[in-house]
Write a protein that binds this ligand. Sequence first.
Ligand SMILES: Nc1ncnc2c1ncn2[C@@H]1O[C@H](COP(=O)(O)OP(=O)(O)O)[C@@H](O)[C@H]1O
Ligand SMILES: [Mg+2]
Length: 230
Amino acid sequence: MLELEHVVKHYRIGGGDPVRPIDGVSLSVAPGELVVIFGPSGSGKTTLLDLISGVRKPDAGKIVANGSSVTEMSRRQADNYRLHDLGIIDQADALFPRDRAIRNACLKLWLTNRRDAERVVLPLLLRLGLGDRLDQPTELLSMGERQRLAIARALALDPKIVLADEPTANLDKRRTGEVLALLRELCSERGTVTLIATHDEKAPDFADRAYQLEDGHLSLIRSDSETRSC
Ligand SMILES: Nc1ncnc2c1ncn2[C@@H]1O[C@H](COP(=O)(O)OP(=O)(O)O)[C@@H](O)[C@H]1O
Ligand SMILES: [Mg+2]
């Protein structure tokens, strides 16, 4: 479960007016739910995900993830939270290009000192359709394959909360659809809280709920129950 209550984050640069990307955001996401945060570049999507992952501190408000208050975590607790509770899906360019694909997927397992990392991560890579790419240097994979590898890396420790920042930014239309469908399936299969921040107009179709982030506030633009009742 992920809960945000009246979260505020402003940036002050120099003496001018502050930028107010997050200006009173409340949101509750249950296990197995996929929520899309939709907004153009500069609307505050990355700021919102950084607040949830504890990388940035809000000016006000409360963020509770699986019963723990993110806003009150020490630095060490926040590091542990990011390692064990969160699956942060980076953009594909955050992978090590020269390393074999399977090794890129092992990163979080190594951080927890798992010696059998490659064996542990293998079923996930097979699930993501990367079975015949395991030993390829990552730079030889297509962008779609790299994005799936970034998903594998994020999910390797079975996180309860999955955060994806622009996961389809470098993909063509067909690959975008594939990756969004995959995130949807994994969310339902694993019962994760899944949050996707994106400016991709197809993404809300894959969500249980989608919100537009504008002027620091979230407004509901799609909910699955609404769609079903139409
Ligand atoms: N560290 C920062 N210091 C000052 N302003 C920032 C900082 N990070 C982001 N911003 C500003 O906050 C706004 C939202 O940025 P961001 O969260 O990156 O939006 P998005 O991910 O939707 O593109 C933008 O106006 C951006 O310039
Ligand atoms: Mg961003």
